[in-house]
Design a protein around this ligand. Structure first.
Ligand SMILES: [Zn+2]
Length: 682
């Protein structure tokens, strides 16, 4: 994935058109955004990220309601304005037919903007469900409620999803993996530095406050919070580290349902699965069996009443953003302020637009494509995508470290990569979802329920390879190894600063070619993707010698990133981020090679006194023009598989001789590496 992981999508992407209304224009000179962003007080070879973007950062401080400022905010602001128009015009049309897309979008938005009603209700809409948790008497009851919470709110106890079987991509499987935590990573529970200790203290206060809102007296609320921290710390201790969940082979344990029950007999598996709508299960895939054995023990270590509190917290916590202001602010103070350094909430309309889009994205997307996606976007994206794919094939053929046997398989895999670009041919059917104006949180619950049921219904059916897991208005992209496909939503065509004219090929080939298509295609050949074959099955297709050589190269990337200090003494986790870092390096190399074949490059055409190659590398830095608060950087380093933006620029470029040549990088410059320290994989 280019940017964020699923639940917390931000984005990343491409080029520009007259149809886009940019509400927040970058401070550019009217001629050329690239040239105007350069900070000439920085030496390009010391810190190319600050050199290329510094001037923009200086004149665009991070807003109080954001964790960062830069390209993502500019693009998201553009898209938000468009979705807001869709929401407002839908809500204003009171004659919209009941059950129509327009009625659903309009009513959803209206319910979120109705702050008076929201604040009058408090937790009222959740009371029947909280009452059901109160009635729990046995472990069986516990898992019946846990299944319900999985369907509508958060994921207590463990992670669960229906997806393609890693080893049989033509079949859907039930996947179970470690989870049940409220904080973004296990390390938050276990690390003993001052930052982590402070976060745990604030987390306990947050849980206490949520229980008080639920009606607990202070002493009881405080005791419940401390207990939940203890329980989640146990779950964290028995969870694998982020980097240890990367190997798809060691995180794949297929077993029969009977084996699952004997692995963890205290978990009410039948109850859980039946409540989820799953019966007659022959097998399941368990990511980390030892986690489920440990969970089995914790179910006895803590009382049913403790687990009831855990479920109540998980349930309300997962929905706190859609409740009254008091509850919302408790969640904001902890997750946004403490964890990410954000000073104040976004305006209500922005939050509600985000939630409407998150919940009804398939419906919003249909309007977005017909009214806002520039004509020709899909074709331009495909043109660049095909150029990158062709370049990748050339590179594989010419690799000096790979044997012909492995090359043949790599080329076969590359040639079968499916490129889904723009928007889906077929939209998902959301006709069964009920949305009205009476309750915002109930609308969110309906949408979550639809989402879960839509996932469950796949089980036992043939695999639908036409399905998309992102929408055209999502500024992000992904590679799915089971389908050997890349998915590039249409809005990746946007480039801030070039809304009213097409950006030049240098920029397009850097951002769309390198950071988007090149990045996603390389995921098919990173430390994880390379373990899946052309059919999308987890299977080793490498000769042992080539595999060892590949590992040595990726090891160098791991070491390079382990050496980058981001904030305090926190360094990037080179193991956990290696897939993304490999994809970034492959992407920029492919993008540059493809750019060399364009007219702009061949004619050596200067724009704003910049050569084509200078524009290409500056364009690449624009793709990652993001200035981030230190708290958010610390959080990213601890919980994200992507390196922070700055290192996504200086890391890959420090390995590229073409970059050294273009900007005169010399020994002694901070980004300089000796020739034998530069990594070249693809
Ligand atoms: Zn990625």
């Amino acid at each position: 994935m280019k940017y964020k992981s699923i639940k917390n999508l931000l984005i990343y992407g491409l080029f520009p058109f007259t149809a886009f209304v940019a509400c927040t224009q970058p401070q550019t000179n009217k001629e050329d955004a690239l040239a105007s962003h350069i900070d000439t007080t920085v030496n390009a070879g010391d810190d190319f990220f600050d050199y290329a973007n510094g001037n923009w950062f200086k004149s665009n401080p991070i807003p109080a309601s954001e964790q960062s400022n830069g390209i993502w905010q500019l693009i998201q602001d553009t898209i938000n304005e468009q979705i807001k128009d869709i929401c407002i015009s839908s809500a204003a049309d009171e004659s919209a037919e009941k059950g129509s897309n327009k009625q659903k979008i309009g009513d959803f938005y209206f319910s979120g903007m109705d702050s008076v009603s929201l604040n009058n209700k408090g937790l009222d809409d959740l009371k029947p469900d909280l009452g059901n948790i109160d009635k729990i008497k046995t472990t069986k009851d516990l898992f019946e409620e846990a299944a319900y919470i999985h369907t509508v709110s958060s994921s207590p106890f463990f992670g669960f999803y229906i997806g393609q079987d890693d080893k049989i991509s033509s079949k859907y499987a039930i996947n179970l993996f470690q989870g049940g935590l409220s904080l973004p990573d296990r390390s938050y529970y276990l690390d003993n530095d001052a930052r982590s200790k402070n976060i745990r203290e604030k987390f306990t206060e947050y849980i206490t406050n949520i229980f008080e809102i639920m009606g607990y007296e202070q002493i009881k609320a405080d005791a419940a919070a401390k207990k939940i921290l203890k329980m989640e710390t146990d779950l964290a201790r028995t969870s694998r580290k982020r980097e240890d969940t990367r190997d798809p082979f060691t995180n794949y344990h297929k077993m029969t349902f009977a084996q699952l029950e004997s692995l963890s007999p205290a978990i009410g598996w039948s109850t859980f699965m039946n409540k989820m709508g799953l019966n007659n299960i022959d097998s399941v895939i368990v990511g980390q069996p030892e986690f489920f054995t440990a969970l089995n023990g914790y179910l006895k270590k803590y009382s049913i009443d403790d687990w009831k509190d855990y479920l109540k917290f998980q349930f309300v916590d997962g929905l706190s953003s859609y409740l009254d202001d008091k509850t919302f602010m408790e969640g904001f103070k902890f997750y946004s302020q403490t964890l990410r350094g954000i000073e104040e909430p976004k305006p209500r309309w922005k939050r509600v637009v985000g939630t409407t889009n998150g919940s009804l994205g398939e419906l919003v997307g249909q309007v977005y494509v017909s009214e806002y996606l520039p004509k020709g976007a899909k074709e331009k994206l495909l043109e660049i995508g095909n150029a990158i794919k062709a370049e990748f094939a050339n590179r594989i053929k010419n690799l000096d470290w790979m044997s012909d046997a492995t090359k043949e398989k790599a080329l076969a895999k590359l040639s079968t990569i499916v490129m889904k670009v723009g928007y889906p041919d077929k939209w998902k059917d959301m006709s069964t979802i009920h949305i009205d104006r009476t309750s915002y949180v109930k609308n969110v619950i309906s949408a979550n329920k639809w989402e879960t049921e839509n996932m469950i219904v796949h089980y036992g059916k043939p695999v639908d390879r036409n399905e998309w897991h992102m929408q055209p208005q999502t500024y992000n992209a992904y590679y799915n190894p089971s389908n050997n496909e890349i998915v590039i939503p249409g809005c990746n065509i946007i480039v801030p600063g070039y809304e009213r004219k097409m950006a030049d090929d240098a920029i397009l080939y850097a951002i769309i070619g390198g950071s988007t298509f090149g990045h996603e295609i390389t995921h098919g050949f990173d430390d994880q993707g390379s373990k899946y074959d052309a059919m999308g099955n987890l299977k080793n297709w490498w000769t042992p010698e080539d595999s060892a050589k590949f590992h040595n190269k990726t090891r160098m990337i791991v070491d390079q990133f382990n050496n980058y200090i981001v904030v305090d003494s926190l360094h990037i986790n080179g193991e956990a981020t290696q897939g993304e870092n490999i994809a970034d390096l492959g992407g920029i190399v492919m993008g540059y090679e493809a750019f060399k074949k364009t007219k702009q490059f061949k004619d050596n055409e200067m724009i704003s006194s910049l050569t084509p190659s200078q524009r290409f590398f500056l364009g690449y830095a624009l793709a990652w023009m993001v200035n981030t608060r230190p708290e958010a950087l610390a959080n990213q380093v601890k919980s994200d598989v992507h390196s922070p933006a700055k290192w996504r620029v200086i890391g890959p470029l420090s390995n590229m001789p073409e970059f050294y040549k273009t900007f005169g990088v010399q020994e002694g410059d901070k980004m300089w590496r000796s020739k034998n320290q530069r990594v070249k994989i693809w």
